[in-house]
Design a binder for this molecule. Structure first.
Ligand code: ADP
Ligand code: ZN
Length: 213
């Protein structure tokens, strides 16, 4: 299964993509995670991306398209993949089509803007493995410590309230039109994000069950 996961920032794409990856045994790749890793390492790519990310803007298309091209041509993806956070603009979607990869489904996690703002303020990320938590909706077993690898959790700089509003308006203006793009191809699946992570996962799995072998 070759899957695209869409949705507003903070809709829970990362959490759901990890669950899908586990169940289907396919890799999940997040352009956001890759860019954050590049920023942390201080690579050329990271330097180019940082100011855009901090401002809640999209990183230029050619930068992310390059990353995804490299990733999809690696042999990790032969049994399928989940793209979390790519494509995020029509030119990115067109570039993906031009790479000749067949996308089976584009799943959009639908969450209202006011919920998003509430969620982002409670979001915590593992400094080592990137796992994501929420202080109320998905708390780690021990406060500020990752369940998976026991590293410290942190709050992303771009989860600050003003930046969240920028990211939301960018989402509506530039990313949301992708729903029409994939609806026109007949592969759009919309799932309402629920209050509860597990309930959302159940809805996602049900929506994807038609792809089960
Ligand atoms: P979220 O979905 O919660 O906004 P991500 O971790 O997916 O968070 O992305 C964080 C930031 O990384 C985005 O605000 C943007 O600046 C950059 N980014 C990630 N993916 C892309 C992409 N496909 N195109 C452009 N910028 C991207
Ligand atoms: Zn961790």
């Amino acid at each position: 299964m070759n899957l695209i996961l869409m949705g507003a920032p903070g809709a829970g794409k990362g959490t759901q993509s990890a669950k899908i990856a586990e169940k289907w045994n396919i890799p999940a790749v997040s352009t956001g995670d890759m860019l954050r890793a590049a920023v942390k390492e201080g690579t050329e790519l990271g330097k180019a991306a940082k100011s855009f990310m901090d401002a809640g803007q999209l990183v230029p298309d050619e930068v992310v398209i390059g990353i995804i091209k490299d990733y999809l041509s690696s042999d990790k993806c032969t049994n399928g993949f989940i793209l979390d956070g790519f494509p995020r603009s029509i030119p990115q979607a067109e570039a993906l089509d031009a790479m000749g990869v067949k996308i089976d489904a584009a799943l959009s996690l639908e969450v209202a803007d006011e919920k998003i703002v509430e969620r982002m303020s409670g979001r915590r990320i593992c400094s080592s493995c990137g796992a994501s938590y929420h202080v109320v909706y998905n708390p780690p077993k021990q406060a500020d410590v990752c369940n998976v690898c026991a590293s410290a959790l942190y709050t992303r700089a771009d989860d600050a309230a003003e930046t969240v509003l920028n990211r939301l308006s960018t989402y509506h203006a530039i990313t949301e039109p992708l729903k029409d793009y994939y609806a026109a191809k007949g592969i759009l699946i919309c799932v309402d994000g629920q209050e509860d992570v597990e309930d959302t996962t159940a809805c996602v799995m049900k929506a994807l069950s038609k792809f089960e072998a």
